[in-house]
Structures are given as structure tokens and as C-alpha cells.
Design a protein around this ligand. Structure first.
Ligand code: SAM
Length: 345
């Protein structure tokens, strides 16, 4: 790994432009892999600046593709950049970049959804959770097709301090479709408030940095793109298991236009739904007629704490899924109808 030094000494030597590389290796964008390239190095530099100081940093870049953002990360002074790319067509171009930045760029041909980032960096960079974030950043112009499952899985990792967060409070700077970026950062009562807003904001400080117009990408996507920065909180606002919080929030927001008791009721078996819902809302001191978008994180925390107590008292509650109850009811009905039909008809 390169020794510390002035940022200027990190700058890459002259290389073919990203556009030239795309032509050289005939890199047509694949729709299936959500490929929209950022070729304007001023924009990739701006995106990378949102991550903070990358001098001597370790960075994981998701989906480097033809390497525009990769160049900006290297130029910002990262000394250990690990890129994870699924599409083998980009590997030769990335190898060229790696030769231009000796010892600073590691290339993984793989899928970010299964890549074990907890094994990708030296243990020496670990920082205690309560202290400053480690000198490790995740940066990516994410493929739209994986951005939501990926951030949900990383939020779960944050809650459990696993994966990239085994090193401490690793910061993320990522792109999303503008609507998703708005949902991630939406405040209480805003139109975009959703499951994603609560899940992200109970675990992280989330900041919508800027919007990149769709026309800046090649090929141009139908939507604009938001750059979002996440810093995991030292103390999550809700201290219950991620899956339990996720279950409550999913149930609440499935009826986003109704009063919140409607979705909350679906946490409970039909036979005891009314009584359990009343108990939960009462003990959590949440007004049943509030709309899901009006609920603050302290409201969700109160609901999660009381629901966890109820699950401890009635262990079958945690695994209860109203869809499964509906499915079984439907099956019973079908069986009863079959029985009712006289034989031979
Ligand atoms: N970073 C490049 C840029 O900004 O121009 C490319 C961005 S493009 C939106 C998304 C990239 O992610 C593509 O290179 C695509 O092949 C890659 N990709 C898609 N799914 C992936 C996955 N599951 N794991 C790793 N890379 C993936």
C-alpha cells in the first residue's frame, strides 16, 4: 500500500478517456444490469467529494463499470480501492487503470449482493463503534436494479454490526433513483415518507447531497438520480432487532393512506386483533388515527418496544404473518366447498 503523501502525488498518469475505453472494448450498456455510465469527470469528482476526505482511505466501489468514478476515487487520494464488478466485459479496462495506479486498485469480478466485504479489508482499520468512523468508505453509482435490496441488506448489517460494518461505522455515498433518494431522506409528514425513510433514519444520519440529471448519464435513464450519504449512528434510535422493526414498519406502510391502526392491526391474528391492537397503541401512547406518514421515529420506537414486550409474553406473535392466515383460511374454504359437492356430480 502506498505511503501517505500529498494528494497531488496520487493523481493518475494520462490515460485514454472513459469514452475512448468504452469504444476500445465495445462496451455497450446492458439494460439487464442497469448500466448507465457517468462519463463527466467533474460530476464523478463532485460525487466523490460527498464522501469526505479520501486521502489514504480504503474504499469499496460498487459496480465500477468503465471506471469514471473509479478514476475520481483514485485521484482523491484513496490508497486501497477495491472494486466489485459483475460484468466481465469491464475487467480489461479496469486492469488498465490498476496498472496506472500500482498497488492501489484491487479488482473483484463478482456480485456485490453476495460479496463478503468483512473479509475484503485489513482488520487493522477497525474502529470501535462508539468512536469516529473507520477510514473505509463505500461509494457507488449503483445499478438501479439492486439499489433498494442492497441498502436494506446494508441497513440490516448496520443494525447487527456485520459485513462492511464489522470495521465500525463505515460511511456510504451512493446513488439512487431520485424518488428512492427522496424516500430515504423524507421527513415526517412529507409525501415521500415511507418504509425506507424510517429504516434508514433510525440507524443512520442520512443526507441527500445533490441530484444528477438523467441527461448526464450514457445511456440516459428515464429518471434523475440522487446522491445520498449515510453515516451509521453510534446509538440507533430504536434498539430492537432489525427484523422486528422492519415487520412493524412494513405493516404500517402497507396501508399508507389509512389510519395507522389499520396496518398495525395486521401484526395480530384476526381472532385477537382488536384487543391486541388497542393494547399496543395504548401502551405506546400512539394515536390510532394518525396517518403512517405522520409517525415520527420516537412513535415507531414506542410501538417497537411495546410490540417486543408483547412478543416476549406471547411467543407465537413474532412469527405471525397475516398473509399466511389468509392463505390457510382460503384453503379451508376450498376444502369445505369440495366436501359440500355431492359425489358423482
Ligand atoms: N460506476 C460506473 C459509472 O458510474 O459509470 C457504472 C455504473 S452502472 C449504473 C452500474 C454498474 O454496476 C455496471 O457496471 C454494472 O455492470 C454493475 N453491476 C450491476 N449489478 C451488479 C452487481 N450485482 N454486483 C456488482 N456490480 C454490478
Amino acid at each position: 500500500m502506498a505511503a501517505s503523501g500529498k494528494i497531488a502525488s496520487f493523481r493518475l498518469p494520462p490515460l485514454p478517456t472513459v469514452g475512448e475505453l468504452i469504444k476500445l472494448y465495445s462496451l455497450r450498456a446492458e439494460k439487464q444490469l442497469s448500466q448507465n455510465f457517468l462519463l463527466d469527470l467533474r460530476l464523478t469528482d463532485k460525487l466523490v467529494r460527498q464522501a469526505g476526505n479520501l486521502n489514504n482511505a480504503h474504499v469499496c466501489e460498487v459496480g465500477p463499470g468503465p471506471g469514471g468514478l473509479t478514476r475520481s476515487i483514485l485521484n482523491a487520494g484513496a490508497t486501497d480501492l477495491l472494486v466489485v464488478e459483475k460484468d466481465s466485459r469491464f475487467i480489461p479496462g479496469l486492469k488498465l487503470l490498476s496498472e496506472a495506479a500500482p498497488g492501489r486498485l484491487r479488482i473483484v469480478h463478482g456480485d456485490i449482493l453476495t460479496y463478503r466485504m468483512d473479509r475484503g479489508f485489513p482488520g487493522s482499520i477497525c474502529q470501535p463503534w462508539e468512536e469516529d468512523p473507520p477510514n473505509l468508505h463505500i461509494i457507488g453509482n449503483l445499478p438501479f436494479s439492486v439499489s433498494t435490496p442492497l441498502i436494506i441488506s446494508w441497513l440490516e448489517n448496520i443494525a447487527n454490526r456485520t459485513g462492511p460494518f464489522a470495521y465500525g461505522r463505515t460511511q456510504l455515498t451512493l446513488t439512487f433513483q431520485k424518488e428512492v433518494a427522496q424516500r430515504l431522506t423524507a421527513s415526517t409528514k412529507s409525501k415521500q415518507r415511507s418504509r425506507l425513510s424510517i429504516m434508514a433514519q433510525y440507524l443512520c444520519t442520512v443526507h441527500h447531497c445533490f441530484t444528477i440529471p438523467g441527461k448526464a448519464f450514457v445511456p440516459k435513464p428515464k429518471v434523475d438520480v440522487g446522491v445520498v450519504h449515510f453515516t451509521p449512528l453510534v446509538q440507533p434510535h430504536i434498539q430492537q432487532p432489525f427484523k422486528l422493526v422492519e415487520k412493524i414498519v412494513r405493516n404500517i406502510f402497507q396501508f399508507r393512506r389509512k389510519h395507522c391502526h389499520r396496518g398495525i392491526g395486521m401484526l395480530f391474528p384476526e381472532a385477537r386483533r382488536d384487543a391486541f391492537t388497542e393494547e399496543l397503541m395504548c401502551k405506546a401512547d400512539v394515536e390510532p388515527t394518525m396517518r403512517p406518514i405522520e409517525l415520527t421515529i420516537p412513535h415507531i420506537k414506542a410501538l417497537a418496544d411495546v410490540y417486543a414486550e408483547m412478543c416476549a409474553r406471547e411467543p407465537l406473535l413474532l412469527g405471525y404473518d397475516f398473509r399466511e392466515e389468509l392463505r390457510l383460511k382460503h384453503l379451508d374454504k376450498q376444502r369445505a366447498t369440495l366436501k359440500a359437492v355431492p359425489r358423482g356430480t
